[in-house]
Write a protein that binds this ligand. Sequence first.
Ligand SMILES: [Zn+2]
Length: 390
Amino acid sequence: MILTGEVFDGEKFIGTKSIVIEENKIKEIRDQEEESKGIILPGLIDAHIHFFGVKEDNLISWNLTPEGLSVARSFKDMINLLASGFTAVRDLGSKSAIFLSKAEKEGYIPGPRIIASGYSIAETGGNDDPTDLPLDMAQRLSYSFYCDSPWECRKAVRLAMRQGAEVIKIYSSGAFSQRGYPKPALTVEDIKAIVDEAHRSGLKVASHAYGEEAIANSIEGGVDSIEHGLGLTEELAEEIKRKGIFYVPTLATYSKEIKIRELDEEVAVKRKELIDKHLNEDVKIAVEKGLKIVAGTDYVGSPERRHGDNYKEIVLLSRFMSLDKALASATSIAADCLGLKMGRIAEGYEANLVMFRKIRNADDLNPENVVYVVRKGKLYDPQNLKAIFS
Ligand SMILES: [Zn+2]
């Protein structure tokens, strides 16, 4: 198969080329041999999602939806992701993604390559602990392992790996899904133990961090990526840069109205300040300090945060950087963050591509403009994919 178009190779536009695909690989990139039909990008990557398969977007639904139902509903999300040009995603905490990943690899369902964390790791009473429930019930239903010492944390990493985790996800702070203002969680000693245990098996550690202290603890603990990273400062950004840590700001989630549970006025105001700073200043600091910024939506598959709309993160990032850089954050840089040999159009790479009719700016990455998607060398018409569920 030969595909011709204006090519973005993962870092820059390289002109109109003809890409020769044999079996599932990019065999050769030749000078233009036929008429260009659009813009060809490496398949897009969303580095932070959850396959919750939920109709309502709240902590109780994320935890209480039965595993089987969550998996079944997520088939549609996988198809929507693929049809919108996403050929890899990283699920950072859910009960279903490990199984979806396996089924996709085995060829039972088409979809993006899924790097899944399995259960995430959190402290007791911390994020992802629905504290309205008795503890034994919360732990039974949770998609996190709760642990409260370095040794318990090591055990939790081993349990996640036993599930089939390809990355380890930790909660270094609370989040907005809980009551109150998010506090730091897990100690630096806990985080160091998790990182040591994960790295011993070649797995990276992704750290959910809200606020300066949680970001500082994550850096000191040696994590590989800071997720969300609200409250970034210049000093913290310099440390993140020095250590080569990836920064995944997940702006798409904060640009939406977030449902907040029974908040008192003071907490609501402080939360809004943190969000406004994140949406307006944090990425600016990250760009100025030269961080490796990665596109991740934190979409969960609810109607508000729908899989298939994931390009919106690239739109938000493009406000702070050039189109080339924004595209790289969702292709080559994202692939490096996930540790995958993907996100680039180069000889020898697996053929994971997407063609758009036009890309004048990031808004044109709207799924309406997708001409075709190539996953593992197989060409999909997005309309045919979507027809399965219409
Ligand atoms: Zn998340």
